[in-house]
Design a protein around this ligand. Structure first.
Ligand code: PEP
Ligand code: MG
Length: 295
């Protein structure tokens, strides 16, 4: 965008994102390292739609430190001043290596033990994260979401683990509460079964969903990058299924992949019925401005 337009967008960052016809669009931000997000930006946003904890933890070496994890969530809730914080449980594997957690060597790690699959296979690590989350949930509007979900079994197993941690915390006399638990829609299996999956909300991870629907590696500089089109009809059909299932079942649907920050994609996303997005924090002003320019 031209400098003038960028300055106008920046000056209006706090104005709500409403289209010309009056549709209010929620724009939250994606966060990796909380220390690098200014308070002003947190205040301007509609909340944090995605905290990528594998990156938060890696920079601070927090994997085995429940107290430090709890303090990260609590501090973000305080800084957000009662706007919601959506924490994604550890999403390790595939394109997200992580030092210090034992992972198998696989021939195809992108179709292997990653995201929620890996956490369910490493329950000690997962339980520690859940204990910190359940404690922080008493401090403000915290929501938790699970990455790379494929089946209901994974959601059920996570709920059982969370319930067990909650009982354990109560037994220790700690205050804790169960937050809403949503899932990311990143695999074709999840997208195709949103009519039955039981979760408190759906958050579409269009980066991974595009990769898996198009069977094309998520590598913008790679040899099959031209196939990696988040607006290919195959992907938009999947998006439509999720939006419709959510609307029918009263389950909130949002989208937190990179396509949400692309002004050229915005008309398509709005037409599909999406009205809740989470974008890189540096894109907040521009996305709000792009929404205001829509009919
Ligand atoms: C996604 O896959 O679209 C997403 C938001 O998660 P990540 O980019 O961290 O994989
Ligand atoms: Mg993803």
């Amino acid at each position: 965008i031209a400098t003038g337009a960028r300055e106008r967008a920046a000056a209006m960052i706090d104005e709500p994102a409403v289209t010309r016809s009056g549709r209010r669009i929620e724009v939250k931000i994606n966060v990796e390292d909380p220390a690098r997000v200014p308070d002003a930006l947190l205040r301007s946003s509609d909340g944090i739609g995605l905290l990528r904890t594998e990156l938060t933890f890696e920079s601070g070496d927090l994997l085995h430190d429940e107290e430090a994890q709890y303090r990260v969530y609590r501090s973000l809730l305080q800084r957000l001043e009662s706007k919601p914080l959506t924490v994604r449980t550890l999403d390790i594997g595939g394109d997200k290596p992580f030092q210090g957690l034992d992972q198998p060597v696989e021939r195809n790690p992108f179709l292997g033990l990653r995201g929620i699959r890996l956490m369910l296979a490493r329950p000690a690590v997962f339980r520690l994260q859940w204990r910190a989350l359940l404690r922080a949930a008493t401090e403000g509007p915290l929501r938790v979401m699970l990455p790379m979900v494929t089946t209901q079994t994974e959601i059920d197993a996570t709920r059982r683990l969370a319930d067990a941690c909650l009982k354990e915390l109560f037994g220790e006399g700690q205050s804790a509460t169960l937050p809403p638990i949503g899932i990311m829609i990143e695999t074709p299996a999840a997208a195709l079964t949103t009519d039955t999956l039981e979760a408190d909300f759906f958050s579409i991870g269009s980066n991974d969903l595009t990769q898996y629907v198009m069977a094309a590696a998520r590598d913008a500089a790679g040899p099959v990058a031209d196939l990696l089109d988040p607006l290919h009809p195959a992907v938009t059909r999947a998006l439509r299924m999720v939006v419709e299932a959510g609307a029918r079942r009263g389950i909130e649907v949002s989208l937190c992949g990179e396509v949400a920050a692309d002004p050229q994609a915005l008309p398509t996303l709005l037409d599909l019925g999406l009205d809740k997005f989470s974008v890189a924090s540096a894109r907040l002003a521009a996305v709000r401005q792009a929404v205001r320019e829509q009919p």
